[in-house]
Design a protein around this ligand. Structure first.
Ligand code: HEC
Ligand code: HEC
Length: 331
C-alpha cells in the first residue's frame, strides 16, 4: 500500500510539474460548441492520453496498474447512464471532486484508494467523456477475460471505431514532402557523383556535402531536417532514445512486410515527423559488408573521415536510419 501511495505521489508530482505549459494549449480551443463532434473527440482523446493514462493506461499489466482502465470506467458508467448527457455529467460529477461515496467502482477504490483529487477543467473532462461515449476506446489485453470472470458474459464495448482525424494526416503529408524533396536532392547529387566519378568521389561528396545540403533544404522549408541512425556514420547523426525506439518500430514493420506509416507528434504549434530511410542496392556500396559490397579502399577512406563509423553491414530493404523533421504548424 505504501508503495502505491508513493508512486501515486510521484506521479502526481510529475503531473503538476508539467501541467502549467499544457494548460495554455487547451484554452486556445475556445468554445466547445464550435467544434465538430469529431474535433471534440480528438481533444478528448489527447487529453485522456496526456492526463488520465498516467493512472488509467490500458497497456499497464493487470498486476502493475495503479488504477482501473478507462474501458472499465466506461462500462461501469454506462450501466446507470443511458443517455450521453447523463454519462458525461456523471463522469464530471465524480472527477470534479472524487469521494469514496460517489465512487461506483467499489473494487477499484478498495484496491487503489479513491482517485486523488486534482483540478481539471470541466470543458476538458467533458471532451474526454464525449470521446469515451462516442468512440471505442482502447481496452487492455486482459480486459475481456477479467470482465467474464467478474461480471459474467461477453463484454462488447459500444461506440464507433476511432480513426485519426484529417489534420494529423495533413501534418504527415507535409513531413513526407520535406523528406522526399530532401531525399531527391541528396539522391540526385549522390547518383550523379557515383556515376561520373565513382564511389570514392561520391564519398567525398557525401562527407562534404550531405550535412550542408540537408541544412540548406531546411532553410528552404523553414524546418529542422535531420537524418539520424542508431548505427550512425557521422557522430552528429546519432539517434536520440526516442528516435531509436521509432526506428525499431519501423524496422519491425518492414520485417513483417508492412507499409510503414509516418509518425507525427503535435505539440502546440510544433510538429515532429518521423519516417524510415530504407536501403537499396546502391546504398550497400558504402553501407554494406566491407570486402564484399564495400571495397576495402573505399572503407579506408570512410574510416579516415569517420573513425567511429557504425554504418556498415546493411543488406537491402533494411532501415538505415530515420528522417526526424521538426516544423511549425500554422496555428
Ligand atoms: C494519479 C492517478 C489518477 C489520475 C491521473 C486519474 N485518475 Fe481516475 N482514478 C484513479 C484511481 C486510483 C481510480 C479508482 C478508484 C476510484 O474509483 O476512485 C480512479 C477512478 C476514476 C473514475 C471512476 C470513479 C468511480 O469509482 O466511480 C473516473 C470516472 C476517473 N477515474 C476519471 C479520470 C479522468 C477523466 C482522468 C483524467 C482527466 C483521471 N481519472 C485521472 C486514479 C487516477
Ligand atoms: C558513396 C557512399 C555512400 C552511398 C552510396 C550512400 N551513403 Fe549514406 N552516407 C555516406 C556518408 C559518407 C554518410 C555520412 C554523411 C554525413 O557526414 O552527414 C552517410 C550517411 C547516411 C545517413 C545518415 C546517418 C549516418 O549514418 O550518419 C543515412 C540515413 C544514409 N547515409 C542512408 C543512405 C541510404 C539509404 C543510401 C542509399 C540510398 C546511402 N546512404 C548511400 C555514404 C554513402
Amino acid at each position: 500500500m505504501k508503495k502505491i501511495i508513493l508512486s501515486l505521489a510521484s506521479v502526481l508530482f510529475v503531473f503538476t510539474a508539467c501541467k502549467k505549459n499544457k494548460e495554455g494549449t487547451y484554452e486556445k480551443t475556445g468554445k466547445q460548441q464550435e467544434l465538430t463532434s469529431k474535433e471534440l473527440a480528438q481533444k478528448g482523446k489527447k487529453a485522456m492520453e496526456n492526463k488520465c493514462y498516467l493512472c488509467h493506461n490500458p497497456s499497464s499489466s493487470e498486476k502493475n496498474r495503479v488504477g482501473p482502465p478507462m474501458a472499465a470506467i466506461k462500462a461501469r458508467y454506462l450501466k446507470n447512464n443511458s443517455s450521453k448527457e447523463e454519462f458525461i455529467e456523471s463522469i464530471w460529477h465524480f472527477v470534479e471532486k472524487p469521494t469514496k461515496e460517489k465512487a461506483k467502482l467499489k473494487g477499484a477504490v478498495k484496491r487503489f484508494g479513491v482517485m486523488p483529487y486534482q483540478k481539471y477543467s470541466q470543458e476538458e473532462i467533458e471532451a474526454i467523456a464525449h470521446f469515451m461515449y462516442e468512440y471505442k476506446i482502447e481496452e487492455p489485453e486482459w480486459f475481456n477475460q477479467h470482465w467474464e470472470e467478474n461480471h459474467g458474459g461477453n463484454y462488447k464495448q459500444i461506440g464507433k471505431e476511432w480513426s485519426e482525424d484529417k489534420h494529423e494526416k495533413d501534418l504527415a503529408s507535409i513531413g513526407l514532402d520535406y523528406a522526399k524533396s530532401t531525399k531527391a536532392q541528396l539522391g540526385k547529387n549522390l547518383m550523379g557523383a557515383m556515376q561520373s566519378e565513382g564511389v570514392i568521389h561520391a564519398l567525398e561528396f557525401c562527407n562534404v556535402r550531405a550535412m550542408p545540403l540537408t541544412d540548406s533544404m531546411a532553410t528552404v522549408h523553414n524546418a529542422n531536417i535531420k537524418r539520424v541512425s542508431d548505427r550512425n556514420r557521422n557522430p552528429n547523426n546519432k539517434a536520440s532514445e526516442k528516435e531509436k525506439e521509432y526506428l525499431q518500430e519501423f524496422s519491425q514493420q518492414i520485417q513483417e512486410g508492412k507499409e510503414p506509416q509516418p509518425i507525427v507528434e503535435k505539440n502546440g504549434n510544433q510538429a515532429n515527423f518521423y519516417y524510415p530511410i530504407v536501403t537499396n542496392d546502391m546504398c550497400l556500396k558504402c553501407h554494406g559488408e566491407v570486402g564484399q559490397e564495400i571495397q576495402q579502399e573505399t572503407y579506408n577512406k570512410i574510416l579516415k573521415f569517420y573513425p567511429e563509423d557504425k554504418a556498415i553491414g546493411y543488406d537491402v530493404n533494411e532501415v538505415r536510419g530515420i528522417w526526424s523533421i521538426e516544423f511549425k504548424t500554422n496555428e
